[in-house]
Design a protein around this ligand. Structure first.
Ligand SMILES: *Cc1c(COP(=O)(O)O)cnc(C)c1O
Length: 364
């Protein structure tokens, strides 16, 4: 006998990237920043007082919201703090989507969205991305026709890394009847010369939420801290009703404040990742791969046409050599590997191994 809800019985859960316990693995499979968190964050960690652990944390994560608000030039009520960006995704669904009502996505994208939709008993309205990994012109119209009240766009896009301009996002948001959640998990790695900034959109429109996380840019995936930016009246029901009072713990809030205050230290790692992103792209192109132009900290590498081994095989053979990358058994992705940009030595080891695997015929 089973006790779970019908919708839960029918669903399959999220498959996270592998987190090996061995530390001799070159881990380029879950898009972590290859560099350590800022010194300022580690000092803040050493300075955690027992009293901070004895007491409940701020129910609204007041200090984190204040610092994030000042950084983005918005008021603190335009920020909601969450237990990782993933919690914001779940909260957006429980706040804006009636149980069973549809949720919209452009495919392929972050594989957690359909899982969270399934928990809500929601159908997923899937619109295929075009050949440049951009949503089609009629994205908003399709969502409106399907009665979607919440649509997710990940930008820079995952798993291709490509960036959609703020003007296109704005056009979609203006046409959309429901809420647009723009998942900016990787936005810290965008070239600053592009001056990409969606925050003004959250002041102009009352149906846009931006997701930010400290997991990737700030090297704090283990901390579980993210936040949303949006119009205060849009975020209010999340802040006052659906959010768990203490989902951001005292350590996360203290370290999050330190991370944002030492943003310039993290920014050094973003520049290093951008340099290596360019070098890794060039190297993989030299090996015959096709690479989507990435503004993120990962690349989607499509193996050269005519390669005898499949991407799945190459993924497995890299894994046997202690080199972890990500393979998605999904339409449009089966001939590709998603590779996190690592440190220069890590990237060199990876490209050398790929070079050898592409040159050697399959063993079977
Ligand atoms: C990493 C990631 C998130 C958020 O991750 P958290 O660790 O929960 O903050 C959200 N969306 C995408 C596409 C991601 O890759």
């Amino acid at each position: 006998m089973t006790h779970e809800r019908e919708a839960i019985r029918r669903m399959t859960g999220y498959t996270p990237g592998e987190q090996p316990e061995r530390d001799d693995i070159i881990k380029l499979n879950t898009n972590e920043n290859p560099y350590p968190p800022a010194d300022g964050v580690l000092h803040a960690l050493a300075g955690i007082r027992p009293e901070q652990l004895r007491r409940y944390p701020s129910p609204t994560s007041a200090s984190l919201r204040r610092v994030a608000a000042a950084m983005h030039g918005v008021e603190p009520d335009a920020i909601v703090a969450t237990n990782g960006g993933d919690e914001l995704l779940r909260l957006a669904i429980s706040t804006f989507v009636e149980p069973g009502a549809p949720i919209g996505i452009a495919e392929p994208s972050y594989s957690l969205y359909p899982v969270l939709a399934a928990v809500n008993g929601s159908a997923v309205i899937r619109v295929p991305l075009d050949e440049r990994w951009h949503p089609p012109e009629d994205f908003a119209a399709t969502m409106n026709r399907a009665g979607v009240n919440l649509a997710f766009l990940v930008n820079p896009h995952a798993p291709s890394g490509t960036l959609l301009g703020a003007d296109r996002i704005e056009a979609i948001a203006r046409d959309l009847d429901g809420v647009l959640l723009v998942d900016e998990a990787y936005v810290d790695f965008v070239d600053p010369a592009l001056e990409h900034d969606l925050v003004p959109l959250t002041r102009a429109l009352d149906n846009v939420i931006i997701l930010r996380t400290l997991s990737k840019g700030y090297s704090l995936a283990g901390l579980r801290l993210g936040y949303g930016i949006g119009a205060p009246e849009l975020l209010r029901p999340i802040a006052t009703c659906t959010r768990d009072s203490y989902s951001v713990d005292a350590i996360a809030e203290t370290l999050g404040v330190a991370a944002l205050e030492h943003r310039h230290e993290a920014a050094v790692t973003w520049a290093a990742v951008r340099d290596e992103r360019e070098r890794l792209t060039d190297e993989l192109i030299r090996l015959g791969c096709d690479i989507a132009p990435s503004q993120s900290n990962f690349l989607l590498a499509t193996l050269p046409v005519g390669t005898t081994a499949s991407a799945r095989d190459i993924h497995e053979r890299l894994r046997e050599r202690g080199l972890y990358v990500r393979y998605f058994d999904q339409e449009r992705l089966r001939d590709s590997l998603r590779i996190t940009v690592g440190t220069p030595p890590q990237n060199s080891l990876l490209t050398a191994a790929i070079d050898r695997l592409l040159a050697s015929p399959p063993t079977t």
